[in-house]
Design a binder for this molecule. Structure first.
Ligand SMILES: *Cc1c(COP(=O)(O)O)cnc(C)c1O
Length: 234
């Protein structure tokens, strides 16, 4: 089982490299994040052996357990799930990049905690691109409002946008990817203090190649590396 994860990781890295070539991008310009939720220490280390250098977690407690076990040693840690305010202190300074900021309050809190730690926390704004009630994220129209808030906060730096498009066929997903890319480019053309639009995080196991074709430079892949999620421990 662990060998499979290592091989899957190698294969997905190859597919990312192939998509880079097809798009005329230089090698390594797309970051592959292995979404390792519900996969334990051994699974994470197996993916590392396959070349994975970025891991994404969506549950704070699970992330803390794996951190304690040094599961991510030699790699970068990303927080990709919904972050509750009362858990922010457990993530700031631990995750290199928090992908899922979607309220001014959370942004302010992250800056406050980071300031106390003497660091600057890198974050992305999560955009609810499909306007789905059930999902977190801000509407595209509210992105400038959060960037205005970020201008007043010295200890956060907004580095881009993240999205999880509505579930659907590839054609529909591609429509949302392209919509996200357009928003990203429009915002990038404007200048905000404490923000540099350089990361567009979208695409998962079923559609990461389409996401890259549409302009994503960070993709988050779980199942295609770790297999179907039933807790893989070690
Ligand atoms: C789990 C997860 C992924 C990966 O999903 P797969 O379909 O398993 O590749 C990507 N992004 C987020 C935010 C996730 O929670």
């Amino acid at each position: 089982m662990w060998e499979n994860i290592t091989e899957n990781a190698e294969r997905i890295l190859d597919r990312v490299a192939q998509a880079e070539r097809v798009c005329g991008l230089s090698k390594g310009s797309v970051t592959l994040i292995a979404a390792s939720k519900q996969n334990g220490y051994e699974a994470v280390r197996s993916a590392f052996r396959g070349g994975i250098r970025n891991f994404g977690e969506n549950r704070v407690q699970e992330m803390e357990e794996k951190l304690k076990a040094n599961a991510y040693e030699g790699a970068s840690l990303h927080f990709i799930g919904h972050l509750q305010k009362n858990k922010a202190k457990n993530v700031v300074g631990k995750a290199e990049l928090i992908h899922s900021v979607d309220t001014p309050e959370l942004l302010r809190l992250i800056s406050k905690i980071a300031g106390n730690l003497g660091i600057t926390q890198r974050v992305l704004l999560e955009v609810n691109i499909g306007g789905e009630q059930s999902k977190s994220g801000i509407s595209p129209e509210r992105v400038p409002e959060l960037l205005d808030v970020a201008e007043t906060l010295p200890y956060v730096r907004v580095e881009g946008l993240m999205a999880i498009p509505p579930a659907g066929d590839v054609k529909k997903t591609k429509y949302y990817f392209e919509k996200m890319y357009k928003i990203y480019v429009d915002i990038r053309a404007k200048k905000y203090d404490n923000s540099i639009m350089r990361i567009l995080s979208m695409g998962m196991s079923a559609d990461f190649e389409e996401a890259i074709m549409s302009g994503a430079n960070t993709v988050r892949v779980g199942t295609a590396i770790f297999g179907t999620r039933t807790y893989n421990n070690g």
